[in-house]
Ligand binder design. Structure first.
Ligand code: ZN
Length: 154
């Protein structure tokens, strides 16, 4: 039966990847696989995202100067992220920002590793099409108006 087992054993299609959040390297079979909606719905994700080096100046201007352009940029950052339609692979550290089932997302990551490009998670797609509209609007409001507030000094 050995040859049958070998025949059906999935071979890795991918060798290494990057964490979609912090860009650290993921080796084969490491990480967790999330959908865009699972990422976007996390307030903790936005609290971190909005104080990264490339977003910090908007966040500072938004809270400090009530700068409308900066607030608008935060909204655009949210929208651009929410409309991504791909699998998010996260490392052991970044998965802590999300309230998802670790076993399940680990299992999905294993499937991602052995799959061809184009592998789709259940519930994947643009966040606006997957989340309920109240959920979407509420997290959009949070990401635009509130995210990162506790982490910056005004
Ligand atoms: Zn990471």
């Amino acid at each position: 039966m050995a040859f049958l087992n070998n025949l059906f054993k999935k071979k890795p299609k991918k060798k290494a990847a990057q964490c979609s959040i912090c860009k650290s390297r993921l080796e084969y079979e490491e990480g967790f696989a999330l959908t865009t909606s699972q990422v976007v719905i996390s307030k903790q994700y936005w609290d971190h995202k909005m104080v990264e080096p490339d977003t910090m100046s908007y966040t500072t201007s938004h809270f400090k100067n009530k700068d409308e352009n900066a607030t608008n940029m935060r909204k655009i950052i949210f929208e651009k992220t929410a409309e991504k339609d791909h699998t998010w692979m996260t490392c052991d550290t970044c998965i802590k920002h999300f309230s998802v089932d670790h076993n399940e997302t680990r299992q999905l990551a294993n499937e991602w590793w052995v799959s061809e490009n184009g592998f789709k998670l259940p519930g994947s797609g643009k966040a606006e099409e997957v989340l309920k509209s109240e959920e979407y609007e509420s997290i959009k409001q949070y990401a635009t108006m509130k995210a990162g507030e506790s982490l910056i000094r005004i």
